[in-house]
Design a protein around this ligand. Sequence first.
Ligand SMILES: O=C(O)C1=C[C@@H](OP(=O)(O)O)[C@@H](O)[C@H](O)C1
Ligand SMILES: C=C(OP(=O)(O)O)C(=O)O
Length: 430
Amino acid sequence: MHVTLSPSSVRGTARAPPSKSYTHRAILAAGYADEATVHDPLWSADTKATARAVEAFGGDVLRAGDDRLEVSGFDGRPAVPENVIDCANSGTTMRLVTATAAVADGTTVLTGDESLRSRPQGPLLEAIDDLGGQAFSTRGNGQAPLVVTGPVSGNRVSIPGDVSSQYVSALLMAGGLLEDGLEIALETELKSAPYVDVTLEVLEDFGVAARHTDDGFAVDGGQSYQAAGGSYHVPGDFSSISYLAAAGAVAGDESVRVRGVYPSAQGDSAILEALECMGADVAWDREEGVLEVSRSDLEGVEVSVADTPDLLPTIAVLGAVAEGDTHITNAEHVRYKETDRVSAMAEELGKMGVRTTEERDSLTVHGDDSSLEGAAVDGRGDHRIVMSLAVAALQAEGETRIAGGEHVDVSFPSFFDVLYDLGASLERSA
Ligand SMILES: O=C(O)C1=C[C@@H](OP(=O)(O)O)[C@@H](O)[C@H](O)C1
Ligand SMILES: C=C(OP(=O)(O)O)C(=O)O
């Protein structure tokens, strides 16, 4: 699907979509449990992949209306899947579920789409080997398809933290089922660290004891998952909120209000600080869960995305609109996503007349030298590239045509409907 956008101003109220990260974890935690109801889940291409995986291990995920999943779990004993698990485009699914496979008594095969089959899984495979399981990439390159044989039995493992935090989240979630639990020592500094805090929060909500340690994380053994009152509620998604907030900052005529914006462990709430540092007009009522952002003159800033890789495309677009340079640092791990998002944003914004300087670990957007012009751009099959380019299009001169608009179904399926309702002028075509 192509989406063609014309310069527009936006205003009005939208609802924050539910968090993808919390939904993945809640579905899998409910799978590890006997049963649980997940309220307000994100039902998107990626979270459906996790639901299918839970079913492959012997659970059942029933969609009981738009706002509820009834999950019958496999109660800590994943069955050996009858077929290959297709994780589609979802890195979170592949990492979380590879660790589930490591506690099953037998062999699981996992694969995904072309993008997912190019992403790094090697450190997690090695950790499973070190714990006495067998895990390998069929191509021997640390990428899916993966073959994982469990059960693992060790109780201490070390892993790098600078490729993906999802390895740690995966091992923590599975580790509670092991007899002796699991200590995870980090071999490097941890990138995307707040996502592990999201995992710890969900574990706590499902009654599983886990914690930070001096050199990493630990989870006690022999635990069972149980949600308090049998229910779990998913909060709003700050990565998705970032596009709505950015739309308000670059094109918010009166203002853009987002409802359902409550504090949680999500690092991507840092988008609000970044916006404020750039000079945007941001008001967040944490009690009421209402965020309000309106158009202002933005100035370039330096922002580290060490903790918040998914914000890079949004911040790059804000930098294109801002005066001066926006220097996005600690960004190497942003290259290991659905696409290499550092290069993708440099190249696609380049088509729109934006000058950038790309280094291995950083992206600088030269706002002063840029005049944002409409262009034919490619979403690279990556939901976040598509959504951030759509925000850029609101401010660009002339029409912007984005290829691959359908990929928003990965994390924010109603994105273009919401943007349209806020006043964006857009048309979808084949
Ligand atoms: O655990 C999670 O839910 C996620 C962790 C992050 O990945 P990395 O830890 O691989 O950086 C993030 O980019 C991804 O969108 C979601
Ligand atoms: C990188 C992302 O997700 P995942 O790792 O689950 O594919 C994302 O949503 O931006």
